[in-house]
Design a protein around this ligand. Sequence first.
Ligand SMILES: [Zn+2]
Length: 205
Amino acid sequence: MKNKTGIIVVDLQEDFTELKNGALAVPNTGQEYVEKVRKATEEYNRKGLLVYATQDWHPKNHCSFAVNHPGTNVFETIELAGRKQTLWPVHCVMHTPGAEILLPAYLFARVIQKGTDPEFDSYSGFADDGGASTGLENSLRADGIENLIIYGLATDYCVKATVMDAIKAGFNVKLRIDLCRGVARDTTEASIHEMIERGAEIIEG
Ligand SMILES: [Zn+2]
């Protein structure tokens, strides 16, 4: 098939959803949302499209956790080794239930873990803030993927960063907006504008 399309499901993990009161739950991510994402992803899988998942996967001493920077508060942005780092509640600690992906494993051709280095955050599924590749781009190239449909959590952080890096890497990107949820309304709207400006096409199921 020419112009092969792949799917990237970004961070559909327990800690980012309201389903089980995740540590960093994004608004409007209860059962209805998770079911909708599951059904759509099953449909793509049934059609024979390769589906990739990104998974936030942090060590306990990760730099994005406010608790690891005494005197700071969650959601504060600090300067860290010359970079801006927003501080979050402890979330998606590797091998804990909060880090689990809420969709069945059989749906995925590959799961890409990110944020595994304690010193660097990684909103993007492609590379962390230190520039280290996650291997996602190589996988997509090896599978002959040229077009991507991207959705998941959260629109204004990891979805946006993943979309931007995908476009930068030369993929044609569609953002499946009905399967995305954002942390805050203003940053979500701004991020959608930025993604469109950069060349993403907005689609709905
Ligand atoms: Zn994280």
